[in-house]
Write a protein that binds this ligand. Structure first.
Ligand code: BGC
Length: 888
């Protein structure tokens, strides 16, 4: 990434439909920016468009087609009035900034524009497309007629595809075109293939096409063909010659097709790749004798839409840590980390001469006996099967599926000498840049934090899934909602969430209700489980979180109708607009306060009322942000009505009448309370925790705000005690059991070593990882001022004394630039170093500080609050400050 970390529509080098935002950071600059310019230029060789637009040369030399002068301190442009972008082009964004010292800074980023699909046809293979479990191959040789200036390949599929040029995979993207609500939108991708064609050709383009989400089995019912009965490919190569003329090669019946060596491909089950299949060597052998003409399929092209976020890619390769034979005799690989992706097997180094039947079976954990545990996969098989593998096959891996695993059982029909170097695990995830970090002197907490990050990596595989291993892997709304703020701290995931939110709006029910999973594959199976409190509320909470982190109002504009529809749904889903939905709810999912139930003890109407209040208040703020004052006033009235109802129904004087941890948490987080009520409910929460031997018993709904409810209401020590608790149930319990990801249940592996039931026991479920948000805000101390967005007004307020930690350091690469905090507490002497981005303002709060102990004078806005024992210091961004003071 460049000096200014320029983002176009929240991505690094995107394909765009509409340009809505260019943003950058000024971390690298030492002084304030006083002026600047943003210019957009067409790049990539000589070219003349029908409208006369001409692009020449590189980003540096190209003539701008549009520019704007930047106000001092601006870090984003969201208005592009008058900009006309030509389709099928590569453009450069050039940001030039001049700082106070007169120094000029310049950086560029590129993006691609989309295409239209009139010239291309959806094509399939005539070999009974409805029956085919396996992949289809497509092939077409391209011969450029003149010297090539640029070549862009646009492609998509109803199914999943990969493209190759002369046997080499084009681009690093995987699982394309990704999963969306396919009846509304199928993404297409673009690849710059200029280098492949620049040699003058001929170049052979090959594609493989598999079932994926479009036709493959989905949900625990393994429901096939959810979106359609046949898979098809669409592609368009746009070649621009150096003389400015253009040629298009698009999918049609001139493409040749045949079945390929992946004879079975399913997301849950894995793949069977047959080395003896007729076209097994299609990538290295160009002969297409016996292939037939592709069949054109009449299917909607209007759904084709440019890729909305970063695609999936391999982001890391992990080696085998050990190979062992388990008690049941299975040869097992241990990669040391529960991860999501695929195994690459180097057959040339593994196999003896001749044919071997080889299979790899993926598992997350070992059972109590020490064997790889497959029970929790339910009906998912997670296999790579190579029935006829030979050393000449080179390497093998799955293409159109992913597995959740730490262990792999290797089975072969002949004795093998297992060389661990023949296997590597490739981590596949949406390729978002990492933005958040945390470390401290407590190794258990560090591991927990790593587990949270791994949980996100494993479940951000194109859609935010609940889990990556069993016959589910669905975009559960509740899980997405509870983790959103942690997810936005860890990774630059704004584009990822916005892609999903667009699907949420598409799949939203007519009455404003929200399906339990997005993309929606549940409504046909169990419509009664839609629109649960805390699940459907994702429609409002997720866009709001994306807005808070990015400061980008367009997410609120885009989602406004969907957000409002959800509130309207809740208004009519109970006897009055104030009760919230009185229908089905998942409750405080997997809470421990009702033994034997997944639904938790907190009454569902109570949850519904709290969440209705919470999202109504967010709507009020959203309406105000967007200048919709009448709407805002309406939501304020609704909110007040819900508060009155809550007071009448669930409060007895200062107390809440519902006595669960989660009930207190939600009242503190979501409801209007009098001071007396706030104090009493916080006290009650504290005693519910302390009297439970300082343990939580909350589920998906209460857990995310549990620590905040304690620390913000006078009980920071209890919050820390819960976070650092190692006994069951706690976050660190799983760490002590050797977890390398976040578990679905507090007791996925019980204290006696046995496993929670097979029916629902994911070892990679990010929901409880939502505590990451509290770690950032209260241990590292990075937050922003209430009511503000985009991290230009930062608050740094770590709980140093209460944490009991010796040192902590962490950072967050915000849209405004990098915020970093490191503090150390040596027997009450604190050193804190804070870095705030140029152009930002920060309030630093030093809790528990001895008066007069600060090693610097107070500025005009700085104060010392006697009662709270806290310094409040104000610093302007751009330089790092170091503070020394003593704890009282
Ligand atoms: C999923 C959850 C989800 C839940 C609904 C489970 O099967 O894995 O994470 O939120 O169902 O309660």
């Amino acid at each position: 990434m460049g000096l200014l970390q320029i983002r176009v529509n929240d991505q690094e080098e995107p394909l765009i439909g509409t340009l809505r935002r260019v943003s950058w950071t000024v971390d690298a600059l030492a002084a304030k920016v006083v002026q600047g310019c943003l210019a957009i230029a067409m790049v990539g060789g000589a070219s003349t468009q029908a409208d006369g637009a001409v692009g020449r040369g590189t980003a540096e030399t190209a003539e701008p087609v549009w520019w704007v002068t930047l106000a001092a301190g601006a870090q984003a442009v969201t208005e592009f009035d008058g900009l006309r972008l030509a389709p099928e082009r590569r453009y450069a964004v050039v940001v030039t900034l001049v700082d106070e010292t007169g120094q000029t800074w310049r950086d560029t980023a590129e993006f691609f524009t989309g295409t239209t699909w009139d010239e291309a046809a959806w094509v399939t293979c005539a070999a009974d497309p409805t029956e085919a479990e396996g992949e289809f191959l497509f092939s077409r040789t391209v011969q450029p007629e003149k010297p090539v200036a640029s070549a862009l390949l646009y492609a998509s599929a109803r199914g999943l595809y990969e493209f190759y040029a002369d046997g080499e995979k084009i681009g690093a993207d995987l699982l394309t075109p990704g999963w969306t609500s396919y009846s509304h939108a199928i993404q297409y991708q673009v690849y710059d293939v200029t280098a492949a064609l620049a040699g003058g050709g001929p170049v052979r383009l090959d594609a493989r096409l598999a079932n994926g989400w479009y036709l493959g089995m989905l949900t625990w019912d393994k429901h096939p063909h959810f979106y359609g009965d046949e898979k098809s490919l669409i592609a368009k190569l746009v070649v621009t010659y150096t003389d400015g003329t253009r040629a298009v090669v698009a999918t049609d019946e001139t493409w040749l097709t045949a079945p390929g060596p992946i004879v079975s491909s399913e997301l849950y089950d894995g793949e069977v790749i047959d080395g003896r299949q007729a076209n097994a060597d299609f990538l290295t052998r160009g002969d297409r004798t016996g292939w037939q003409a592709a069949t054109v399929v009449e299917a909607d092209k209007a759904v084709l839409t440019p890729q909305r976020d970063q695609p999936c890619q391999v982001t890391e390769t992990v080696g085998v840590q050990r190979v062992f034979t388990s008690p049941n005799g299975a040869v097992t690989l241990d990669f040391g980390q529960n991860l999501v992706g695929r195994v690459r097997v180097d057959l040339a180094h593994l196999l003896p001469a001749g044919e071997t039947a080889l299979s790899l079976h993926h598992a997350e954990v070992l059972d109590p006996a020490g064997n790889a545990y497959f029970g929790n996969l339910r009906k998912a098989k997670q296999l790579l099967v190579l029935p006829h593998a030979t050393p000449n096959d080179g390497a093998a891996w799955t293409h159109f599926t992913f597995q959740g695993f730490r262990y792999v059982v290797v089975e072969a029909n002949r004795p093998l000498v297992l060389d661990p170097r023949a296997f590597s695990a490739e981590v596949v995830q949406t390729a978002m840049p990492r933005t958040g970090y945390f470390t401290c002197n407590d190794m258990m907490l560090n591991r927990l934090f790593d587990n949270i990050v791994w949980g996100q990596r494993g479940n951000f595989v194109d859609v935010p899934t609940d889990c990556p291993q069993r016959d589910e892997r669905l975009g559960w709304t509740g899980d997405t909602q509870v983790f959103a703020s942690t997810g936005l701290f860890n990774f630059d995931s704004a584009a990822f969430y916005r892609k999903w939110l667009a699907d949420l709006a598409s799949d939203q029910l007519e009455n404003g209700g929200v399906p339990a999973v997005i993309p929606d594959v549940i409504t046909p199976l169990s419509p009664e489980t839609n629109s649960s409190a805390a699940w459907g509320d994702a429609a409002v909470i997720v866009p709001w979180q994306v807005f808070l982190f990015t400061g980008d109002r367009t997410v609120l504009e885009d989602q406004y109708e969907s957000m409002a529809a959800w509130i309207a749904f809740n208004n009519q889903a109970g006897p009055t607009p104030y009760t919230g939905n009185q229908g089905f709810h998942y409750g405080d999912w997997v809470a421990l306060d009702v033994p034997g139930s997944n639904f938790g003890a907190t009454p569902h109407p109570y949850l519904a009322c709290c969440f209705h209040r919470y999202t109504t208040e967010i709507m009020r703020q959203t309406a105000r942000e967007l200048g919709r004052t009448d709407d805002a006033a309406g939501y304020a009235d609704l909110r007040d009505g819900i508060d009155d109802y809550f007071q009448k129904t669930y409060c007895d004087g200062d107390e809440s009448t519902v006595q669960t941890q989660t009930a207190q948490v939600l009242a503190l987080k979501m409801m209007r309370l009098s001071e007396g009520q706030r104090a009493a409910i916080a006290k009650r929460l504290n005693s519910l925790v302390v009297n439970n031997n300082t343990h939580l018993n909350t589920g998906f709904v209460g857990t995310p705000y549990l620590l905040e409810a304690l620390s913000e209401n006078g009980y920071p020590e209890t919050a820390v005690a819960l976070l650092r608790q190692e006994d069951f149930p706690s976050w660190l319990y799983s760490v002590r059991q050797g977890a390398t990801t976040i578990w679905e249940h507090w007791d996925g592996i019980r204290q006696d070593g046995t496993l929670w039931s097979d029916t629902m026991n994911s070892f990679n479920h990010y929901a409880f990882g939502a505590v990451g948000d509290w770690i950032y805000r209260h241990l590292v101390g990075i937050d922003q001022m209430i009511g503000l967005s985009g991290f230009t007004q930062v608050q740094v307020a770590p709980l140093i004394k209460a944490s009991g930690l010796r040192d902590v350091s962490g950072s967050y690469q915000s849209v405004a630039g990098k915020i970093a905090v490191a503090w150390a507490n040596q027997d009450g002497a604190v050193v804190m170093r804070v870095q705030i981005p140029t152009g930002c303002h920060a309030e630093i709060v030093l809790f528990d500080a001895r008066p007069g102990s600060l090693d610097r004078g107070l500025g005009s806005r700085d104060t010392y609050d006697e009662a709270a024992g806290a310094y409040h210091l104000h610093v302007e961004g751009g330089t790092a400050v170091t503070l020394n003071y003593a704890l009282r």
